[in-house]
Design a protein around this ligand. Structure first.
Ligand SMILES: Nc1nc2c(ncn2[C@@H]2O[C@H](COP(=O)(O)OP(=O)(O)OP(=O)(O)O)[C@@H](O)[C@H]2O)c(=O)[nH]1
Ligand SMILES: [Mg+2]
Length: 313
């Protein structure tokens, strides 16, 4: 099951403590260095939708703490920043303040927590009134925020169709991803995303079957992920016994889920055309023509068809 919600704690690194130290020899004074600042915590978006699976609920994810100050005025190391990679479409909400941040573009980076300030060592704290300070100014802790991540699916176009219609194969060809494909039905158990050359996002939705709205197969819950797309790519295998029947069955399931899905712009991708001869292809195309929807013949073994599909997308 695709994890699409997660509660975590995000934290900037703590500042490192300053040092109390004195040089050797009678004349040498305080020489304790400052602590390093803690690292900041950022989030960054990626097209990998399974990324929330890497976390354990309520886990604390923290940037590195700053290093302690040292002798001889050595400043502690600044803690490394941490960039937490999250699926595109993630909404990150601070549970305490309700402030939220949305990752809606690929590669977008947002700072969520700042690191703490390093403490001040006794070298820097010396003054005319206290030439030999024996304490430090304490470091401050990194900012800690309880976080809820919820994932909305952001895709521009969605591949739908019966199991084994060739949806994942097309996603792989069109977007350079490597999602699992196989001869058996329901190979894809949760949605996948890929990025088209023009940076638009393409979603591959697990196969639907007649009765999916009643829970048959994997059901229709994944259709929520294409509610925002502008284009539906309806995949129909050219070797199907009843392409028009396939089309109507899937449309029916879409309507059962959300009538608005039926209003979206849609094209039919007639898939696997390398498996039939020209005559059969023409016959299938003719039977689908009465649906009055644009039909694009495709095959993952015919780069020309993939190129022309890319142009349309
Ligand atoms: N010959 C040929 N085989 C194809 C083509 N596209 C897909 N296939 C094969 O058809 C089978 C099903 O393809 P998938 O891409 O896994 O189908 P899917 O629609 O993602 O299937 P589910 O995830 O089960 O819904 C695989 O064995 C593919 O290799 C094609 O254009 N030509
Ligand atoms: Mg698949």
């Amino acid at each position: 099951m695709l994890v699409d919600e997660m509660v975590l704690r995000f934290k900037g690194g703590d500042g490192g403590e300053g040092k109390v130290s004195f040089g050797k020899g009678a004349k040498s004074g305080p020489d304790g260095g400052n602590g390093g600042d803690g690292g900041d915590l950022f989030i960054k978006s990626s097209s990998d939708l399974t990324l929330l699976e890497q976390f354990i609920p309520d886990q604390t994810i923290a940037a590195e703490d700053g290093g302690m100050g040292g002798k001889k005025k050595t400043t502690g190391k600044r803690g490394d920043d941490l960039v937490v990679i999250l699926p595109i479409g993630s909404k990150v909400t601070d549970i305490d303040t309700n402030q939220s941040y949305e990752l809606d573009k690929l590669g977008q980076i947002i700072q969520i927590c700042h690191g703490g300030k390093g403490g001040i060592g006794n070298f820097e704290l010396r003054s005319s009134t206290n030439t030999t300070p024996k304490s430090t100014k304490p470091a401050t802790p990194g900012q800690t925020r309880p976080i809820k991540i919820s994932m909305r699916f952001i895709a521009d176009a969605g591949l739908i169709g019966l199991p084994s219609a060739g949806k994942s194969s097309l996603l792989n060809e069109l977007t350079n991803t490597s999602v699992k494909t196989a001869e058996y039905h329901f190979t894809t158990l949760s949605p996948n995303l890929g990025v088209l050359p023009n940076k638009k996002i393409l979603a591959d939705i697990p196969g639907l079957i007649e009765g999916a709205h009643e829970g048959k197969g994997l059901g229709i819950k994944f259709l929520k992920h294409i509610q925002k797309v502008t284009l539906i790519l309806h995949c129909i295998s050219v070797v199907s016994e009843d392409p028009v029947g396939d089309y109507k069955a899937i449309r029916n399931e879409l309507g059962e889920f959300d009538k608005e899905l039926l209003e979206k712009q849609e094209v039919i991708l007639l898939t696997k055309i390398d498996l039939v001869d020209e005559k059969t292809l023409k016959t299938v195309e003719k039977s689908l023509k009465k649906l009055k929807i644009k039909i694009i013949p495709t095959s993952i073994h015919d780069m020309e068809s993939i190129e022309s599909l890319l142009k349309i997308l």
